[in-house]
Design a protein around this ligand. Structure first.
Ligand SMILES: *Cc1c(COP(=O)(O)O)cnc(C)c1O
Length: 376
């Protein structure tokens, strides 16, 4: 019999690295440098090297990372910011919070990521920034997006919360990691993300020295030197304990990604000849780090399938059942929505299966067999 199946199994992952993690935490406890301790600087330096980016500014969570990025770019109330509606709410929420106007565009039906042609059509003289979201572990097609942004002098803020470690290939053969191609990249270390802390945590990346300085200040009360506050900022610092944990887990990130890719391959093979299922598309311009393994199923069978699997002890999730533009939050907030047909089509069909670093063959074969039985 297989062991219990979870969407994400953080416990088994922790058990494998327990001695390293416990040691890292106890070092922080011994030092009592809980805020801005040496672990924060060490982790930032290691992440900079991993991502090959000039600056990493750690912060309290991924939502703050997005907010601070937009504050650093001096966007003004009413400025239009183009983003997909098919994303986690945080992306659109911070745009609205800063009194900017979200402009929702559709996604590609295969990659589920922002459709660059839709972005082109959504640009107006009031557009100031684009926020591509690298959804489920796969990059937005960045080369045409960056070219478009450059031609229109628009800032690009990458929401890299779900794709850390994903590698994008440009047409000249060069490649870059997601989160390091736009003006600013934002990521989240929420526990279930591909690089997860044991609490809330996030980071902001940029190659730009002046922007980095400003982001650093905004994340710490606009402070230039102690008790001298030049800008209105916020309190968004990374705890030393979380940094120490992340610094250990960063060393395993590539292994973790490989485990997810291997699990995705096993699912792909298992579902290959089930006509009702569309397996995740893999874009040829990037690697896929499988934050989620999301299939498409017939809309009239989705909830029956979910219930059937739940009865077998197999959890599944719908990311996301309600696109941003249809959330109640936006019924009272200004936004612009372009055609979102694919977004609405996807939200009725997507189903995310258990995906994490500890999935074993027995668990996967059980999941595959049950899904196969449901459709047979
Ligand atoms: C998780 C997530 C965020 C927010 O990160 P938090 O650390 O939870 O604040 C933002 N955008 C996307 C796409 C996410 O998946």
């Amino acid at each position: 019999m297989h062991s219990p199946i979870q969407m994400v199994d953080l416990k088994r992952q922790y058990q494998k690295i327990k001695s390293e993690i416990d040691k890292a935490i106890s070092e922080v406890l011994e030092s009592c440098a809980f805020i801005q301790g040496p672990q924060v600087h060490a982790f930032a330096a290691h992440l900079q090297a991993y991502l090959d980016v000039k600056h990493v500014i750690p912060c309290a969570n991924g939502t703050d990372a997005l907010q601070i990025a937009m504050m650093a770019l001096d966007l003004q109330p009413g400025d239009e910011v183009i983003t997909p509606s098919f994303t986690y709410i945080a992306t659109a929420e911070v745009i609205a919070l800063l009194k900017l106007k979200p402009v929702f565009v559709d996604v590609d039906p295969h990659t589920f990521c922002m459709d660059v042609e839709a972005v082109r059509q959504a640009i107006t003289p009031r557009t100031k920034a684009i926020v591509p979201v690298h959804l489920f572990g796969q990059s937005v097609d960045m080369q045409p997006l960056l070219e478009l942004a450059k031609a229109h002098h628009l800032a690009v803020i990458e929401d890299n919360a779900q794709a850390i470690g994903c590698c994008y290939r440009f047409k000249d053969g060069s490649s870059r990691k997601t989160g390091t191609m736009g003006h600013i990249g934002c990521t989240s270390f929420f526990p279930s993300k591909n690089l997860g802390a044991y609490g809330d945590a996030g980071a902001i990346c940029t190659h730009d020295d002046a922007l980095a300085e400003k982001i650093r200040m905004i994340a710490n009360h606009g402070q230039s030197q102690r008790y001298y506050h030049d800008l209105v900022g916020c309190n968004s610092r990374l705890d030393s304990i979380q940094a120490a944990i992340l610094d250990v887990k960063l060393r395993y990130l590539d292994q973790y990604i490989a485990a997810r890719q291997q699990a995705a391959n096993r699912y792909d093979a298992g579902f290959a000849n089930i006509p009702q299922i569309t397996i995740p598309h893999r874009a040829d311009y990037c690697t896929h780090v499988f934050h989620q393994y999301t299939i498409l199923v017939p809309p009239d069978q989705r909830s029956a399938l979910q219930q059937y699997l739940a009865q077998q002890g197999i959890p599944t999730m719908i990311y996301y059942p309600v696109p941003c533009h249809q959330q109640k939050m936006f019924s009272s907030l200004p936004y612009i929505a372009h055609s979102l047909k694919t977004t609405e089509w996807l939200s009725e069909r997507v189903l995310s299966l258990p995906m994490h670093t500890e999935l074993d063959d027995e668990q996967q074969d059980f999941i595959i067999e049950k899904i196969r039985r449901f459709f047979s």
